[in-house]
Design a protein around this ligand. Sequence first.
Ligand SMILES: Nc1ncnc2c1ncn2[C@@H]1O[C@H](COP(=O)(O)OP(=O)(O)OP(=O)(O)O)[C@@H](O)[C@H]1O
Length: 257
Amino acid sequence: RAPPAPSLPFPFQSLGRDSELESCCYHTQRVPQQADRSRVCTAPPSAHRPAGRVALSARDGERRPDSADVGAYFTAYFYPFKRRWMSAGVARQRVEQCFRVALVQDPLANLQEAERWARAIRDASVLRAPRRDGEHCMVYAEVRRPCRVMILVNPHSGRGQALQLFTGHIQGMLTEAAVPYTLVITEHQNHARELVRKADLSQWDALVIMSGDGLLFEVINGLMEREDWQEAIQTPLGILPGGSGNALAASVHHYSQ
Ligand SMILES: Nc1ncnc2c1ncn2[C@@H]1O[C@H](COP(=O)(O)OP(=O)(O)OP(=O)(O)O)[C@@H](O)[C@H]1O
C-alpha cells in the first residue's frame, strides 16, 4: 500500500486552502533551482514533524548544486492575493519557495519523498468550496495531468498586445506548472476556425483562447462545424483576456470568484 499522503509542510498549512493555493504549481529536481534560494528548508519536511518546527533558513546561496548533495528539491509556486503597495485593491502576486528533502543518504529515495510532498501540495491546491453543512467540500474542477493545451493567440486583438501578455504573464506559469502546450498565433481572420474544424482533438485536453471575444466565437464555430461536433464541443475551453473589451473573460472570472 502507498504510504499516506504527508500533511502539508509549513508554510502551506498557514495558507487558506480556497483562494491562496488555487494556483500552486511545483517542480521536483535533484539540484536546487537557481532562482530563489533564500528559503531552502534546512530540516527535512518529515511527515511526522510538527508543522511549526520545520525551520526555514534565509542563508541565501550557501549551498550550491553539488554531486555530493544527496538532497532532492522541490519548488512550489503560488499566486496569492496581496494588497497592492500604494494603491487600492488586491492583486495576485507570484511567490516561489524551494524546499530541500534529505531524509536519508539515498538520493533516489529523497527524490521520491520530494515528489510525494509535491503531489500532496498539488492535491491540496485543488479549488474547493465548503458546503453549507460544513462537513464536505465540493471540488470545482480537477485539471487532468498531464494537461496538453492548445493556446490560440490573436496578435492583433486589443491594442495588439495579446502576444506580449502571453509571453510576459502566461508562458512562465505554464512552465512552472509543467503544462505542455502548443502556441498558435493566428495569421488571419477565420484561421482559428479552420484549424479547430480540422484538428485532431484527441491531442489536446483543452483549448485556451487568448484574445477578445471574437476569437473564442471563431473556435466555437469551428467546433460546431465538425461532423463529430457533439463530442468536439465537450472539449474544455479557456479564455484569457487579450482583447479590448474582454466581456466574456470578465464575466467568467467574476462568477468564479
Ligand atoms: N491574425 C489576425 N488578423 C486579423 N484578424 C484576426 C486575426 N486573428 C483573428 N482575427 C479576427 O479578429 C477579430 C477580433 O478579435 P478579438 O475578439 O480577439 O479582439 P478584439 O476585437 O480586440 O477584442 P474584444 O472582442 O474584447 O473587443 C476576430 O473576430 C477574429 O476573427
